[in-house]
Design a protein around this ligand. Sequence first.
Ligand code: 48F
Length: 262
Amino acid sequence: MSLDERTISEAIVTEYYKKFLSSLSLDVAIVGGGPSGLTAAWKLAEKGRNVALFERKLSIGGGMWGGGMTWNYIVVQDESKGILEDAGLTLKQFKPNYWTVDAVTATTTLASKACLAGAKVFNCTTVEDVCLRDVDGVSHVTGLVINSSPVEMAGLHVDPLVLHTKYVIEATGHPTELLKTLVRKNDVSLNTPSGGIEGEQSMWAERAEISTMENSREIFPGVYVVGMAANAAFGAYRMGPIFGGMLMSGVKIAEEINERLG
Ligand code: 48F
């Protein structure tokens, strides 16, 4: 069987074009492909939502690949282990309430669940801004401004492209990048005590895991915050390589958005 290089190019361009066009009007746009963003993507796509995930890096998985300090195991607690089991993983009990799983296996499995459920992943794509519109007199985030990551890395002056979405999930982790851009560029207040980003506190795993769930919520009309970004936005602690809160936060927000979408 002969192979024509032009057909290979045509196949890629055609399929990417279709994926891109079908993402111009999304139900949910997720910014960041770490554990919280991936779990939300999986759970939303599973319900048939038009969901796309944008990740700056070439690989999705965020901070999950390297376990703790590159020693690539992660830990989850009793209440969250069911999420990984539903994904098909077998966990090993280390002590009561401490379950371990190989970080690479967990990351690839979560990524695979999101993709196979139908979430459209745009890797190597940086979200650089948002669209803000008045909806019934209230400022809402209604879209994302995206660019190719190599354009950002090379500092090239190239304009972005734009898509619209009913909801955005801010899942950029510690930097809370989307929220920072939102408050820096616009005269708006977040649903936080100061109206701005409170900034994360130092390590306290037990408290941080609880507050991740409390802080995962709508932080601005149209924008939900999940994972470590939720704790950073609301001034809570960090938790290190325990990942239950990340997974449960993604599930919680996917359920809330699913309900709102009806
Ligand atoms: O940091 P990250 O894994 O976020 P998470 O889901 O999980 C946090 C844990 O990994 C760990 C922890 C607790 O266990 O504290 O840190 O909250 O993934 C965030 C992803 O967002 C991408 C970034 O490359 C990373 O993969 N990202 C950040 N800013 C942007 C972005 C942006 N502007 N556009 C696209 N992707």
